[in-house]
Design a protein around this ligand. Structure first.
Ligand SMILES: CC(=O)SCCNC(=O)CCNC(=O)[C@H](O)C(C)(C)COP(=O)(O)OP(=O)(O)OC[C@H]1O[C@@H](n2cnc3c(N)ncnc32)[C@H](O)[C@@H]1OP(=O)(O)O
Ligand SMILES: O=C([O-])CC(=O)C(=O)O
Length: 395
């Protein structure tokens, strides 16, 4: 029997396929603009803190002051990790897991400490969105503690417990480096986290919706989304962009030669290109401005930013990338900010996760609230039906 021919064209990479509705973010690919629940990401960067941004993403409106303060305090109070989880992280550090893998394993582990999860019975979530929110807040509040603790253990240091009296940016850098950072670092970090929060049906958000559509629990949906974000074509492009700049710097080749060799090898420029944008990603501009502000401060170091600017200038003027709509995305300049704060390169994608998890949770809730399992088709192109051949007759 010949394979069934499915109707319709294959949309490789699901390009242009609309999988559902969402009220969270709107991306204008031609103009280079993002609205989060109707608010321009530039306004969010300028005016909000992370708690306001998360409140907006999850509730659809900015909080009043009366709503904001208890919400913020609640998020700050959830930062601590169970002692057993810290011990498990120590084992991952001994096994030298990549920080994203350690984060995935630890997030799955946290489900065991959440009373909303019943490991012995099938659960559905469409009628318990308040409980999903509780689980989500736990995850979001604890990812920075997981990341900072893990990084310290990898460096052979003891983890530092979170503080409830510090802002998100201050607390993360304090847990990582043992000192409350300068305001500029804390603000720059928090803004980066805010502007990465949601971006339509990107690969990791789509993953979170697929997993939620099977009525898997929020820990499972978030952990799966982390796997997608860990890929170099998606979230890990931030660490790979920085490593790429390092490679360019150390190669002792001219930029022209280095770019040519890279293209000859078939390698992409990390931090450039995007499925939705045909132009400059608006977030890349916000990030680059922070890199410049830090360079102008007493803590500045322009090495990475200069390399990135030189490469951008060369690619814009001497290649067809820009003409073909391939320009810097949010991942290109992120590292030029993080490096100046002394954040190690291979936890950059964890930082991205600490942000995007807010968007995933919003999408998981949308999926649970109006669910149909996500189940597309693939066109079968394997052999026609054939006879079984016993072992002894196989060649
Ligand atoms: C937060 C984020 O996830 S943002 C994206 C982060 N990822 C990166 O920065 C990795 C580098 N970029 C890329 O690999 C791609 O641009 C992606 C994965 C982001 C988008 O992929 P797609 O929408 O499928 O675009 P696609 O890969 O079809 O690119 C179209 C053409 O542009 C080329 N191209 C796209 N991006 C780049 C790049 N960064 N460097 C060089 N060439 C590129 C492709 O090679 C392809 O050329 P071809 O038509 O000759 O084969
Ligand atoms: O939207 C995408 O495909 C990639 C992404 O997550 C982002 O740009 O933030």
């Amino acid at each position: 029997m010949a394979p069934e021919e499915l109707e319709g064209e294959i949309q490789k990479g699901l390009e242009g396929v609309i999988i559902d509705e969402s009220e969270i973010s709107r991306v204008f690919g031609d103009e280079g603009k993002i609205l989060i629940r109707g608010h321009d990401v530039e306004d969010i960067a300028k005016h909000a803190d992370l708690q306001e941004t998360l409140y907006l993403v999850w509730n659809g409106e900015l909080p009043t002051r009366e709503e904001y303060e208890p919400f913020r305090d609640d998020m700050f109070e959830r930062r601590e990790l169970p002692d057993d989880v810290i011990e498990t992280l120590r084992n991952y550090a001994a096994a030298d897991l990549h920080p994203m893998d350690a984060m995935m394993a630890t997030t799955a582990n946290l489900a065991g400490y959440d009373d909303h999860i019943d490991p012995h019975a099938p659960q559905t979530f469409e009628d318990s969105i308040d409980e999903v929110m509780e689980m989500g807040k736990n995850i979001v509040a604890k990812l920075p503690t997981i990341t900072a603790s893990y990084q310290r253990m990898r460096e052979g240091k003891d983890p530092i417990a979170p503080r409830e009296d510090l802002t998100f940016g201050e607390n993360f850098l304090y847990m990582l480096q043992g000192e409350v950072p300068p305001e500029l670092f804390a603000d720059a970090l928090e803004t980066e986290i805010q502007i990465h929060v949601d971006h339509g049906a990107n690969a990791s958000t789509f993953t979170s919706r697929v997993v939620a559509s099977a009525m898997a629990n929020p820990y499972e949906a978030v952990t799966s989304a982390m796997g997608a974000l860990a890929g170099p074509l998606h979230g890990a492009a931030n660490q790979d962009a920085l490593n790429m700049l390092d490679d360019m710097d150390k190669s002792e080749k001219s930029i022209e030669e280095w770019v040519q060799d890279r293209f000859d090898e078939g390698d992409v420029i990390y931090g450039w290109g995007h499925r939705v944008y045909n132009t400059y990603d608006p977030r890349a501009k916000i990030v680059a401005e922070y890199a410049e502000d830090i360079i102008d401060s007493p803590y500045g170091d322009d090495r990475w930013y200069k390399l990135a600017r030189d490469l951008e200038g060369y690619l814009m003027e001497n290649t067809e990338l820009a003409e073909n709509g391939i320009a810097p995305n949010v991942d290109f300049y992120s590292g030029t900010v993080y490096q100046q704060m002394g954040i190690p390169t291979d936890i950059y994608t964890n930082l991205f996760t600490m942000s995007r998890v807010g968007g995933w949770l919003g999408h998981i809730i949308e999926q649970y609230s109006d669910n149909r399992i996500i189940r597309p088709r693939v066109q079968y192109t394997g052999p026609d039906e054939r006879d079984w051949v016993p072992f002894e007759e196989r060649s």
